[in-house]
Design a protein around this ligand. Structure first.
Ligand SMILES: NC(=O)c1ccc[n+]([C@@H]2O[C@H](COP(=O)([O-])OP(=O)(O)OC[C@H]3O[C@@H](n4cnc5c(N)ncnc54)[C@H](O)[C@@H]3O)[C@@H](O)[C@H]2O)c1
Length: 271
């Protein structure tokens, strides 16, 4: 049920690839809550064309931008300000990709060119986005930037590979830049640490189904869906969370604080 929580707010949403994408659900909900925004993704992802459907549904324009290229990001912010008629109030960074994961290269045999790409796409892109926004003063005071992360940044999940290191860096940039942007412009920066979710990026991780089912049985509330993650993002963009910044916020049905669950213990009783 919509409450016009984002009425009058303008934003930029990165990363809606297809209807399973978390960013896709955020766009639908932001629209329902009264926001106006632009949509963006890497030019190569545009070829699939699905983002145009989302743009039509939400009355948004699409601006291609590779989040590893400064000029693309500068163009994205400048065009968004022009289209939306002013500075933005929220940004969703929903970007992740590891060539090592894609090519099934084990962590201990990493390809370092790919590793650099993983870090550039999945972590430094947040720094570039924030630096660009700050440089052209593109975000209003009390604006909110949210990036999506995963608990493998803090605990070992072996098959998450170099994405674990990228997520650690992403969370660190959130704190470091969050301090600077908070001081300079009262802009807040947070990460939301989401449960395993069946999306293109999620399902690319080796053994994803096992990951997904284990987390579901470990979490008192079960895995958080993409839909509920979108709700959390909306609350983070709203004025109801104005004093929250530099945080890594777990949105995982309680997984992160559960040592073991009855369901998981049950599976070991017979050993
Ligand atoms: N699915 C999960 O299990 C899960 C869990 C926790 C966190 N996350 C995070 O959520 C975010 C969104 O992923 P998702 O699960 O919705 O999958 P997704 O595959 O739908 O989204 C990933 C997006 O990143 C975009 N992208 C890749 N390279 C880019 C580049 N160079 N420039 C701009 N965009 C680029 C892709 O085009 C895609 O739209 C990611 O940061 C992911 O790590 C996902």
């Amino acid at each position: 049920m919509a409450n016009q929580l984002l009425k009058g707010k303008k934003g930029i949403i990165f990363g809606a690839l297809d209807p399973n994408s978390i960013a896709w659900k955020v766009a639908l909900k932001a629209h329902a809550e009264g926001a106006v925004f632009t949509l963006t993704n890497a030019p190569v992802a545009m070829r699939m064309g699905a983002i145009n459907e989302l743009a039509a549904t939400t009355g948004s324009q699409v601006i291609p931008a590779d989040a590893t290229i400064n000029e693309d990001l500068e163009n994205l912010f400048n065009k968004s300000i022009e289209i939306l008629g002013g500075k933005v109030d929220f940004v969703l960074h929903s970007i992740g990709m590891s060539p090592n994961v894609r090519k099934n290269i084990p962590y201990t045999q990493t390809n370092y060119d790919f590793f650099h790409k993983t870090l550039d796409i999945s972590a430094l892109s947040l720094h570039r986005t924030l630096q660009t926004a700050m440089k052209i003063d593109a975000i209003n005071e009390w604006g909110s930037v949210v990036a999506l992360t995963y608990i493998a940044s803090q605990r070992v999940f072996p098959d998450y590979n170099d994405m674990a290191d990228a997520k650690s860096l992403l969370e660190s940039i959130t704190r470091s830049f969050g301090y600077q942007y908070g001081k300079a412009k009262k802009v807040r920066v947070n990460t939301i640490s989401q449960s395993p979710t069946k999306t293109t990026a999620g399902s690319g991780v080796k053994g994803f189904d096992g990951f997904f089912n284990y987390a579901d049985q470990m979490s008192p509330l079960g895995n958080a869906s993409a839909e509920s993650c979108a709700d959390y993002c909306i609350s983070m963009f709203s004025d109801l969370t104005k004093m929250v910044t530099m945080q890594n916020l777990f949105h995982d049905g309680g997984f992160s604080y559960t040592g073991v669950s009855a369901e998981v213990i049950e599976k070991f009783n017979t050993i």
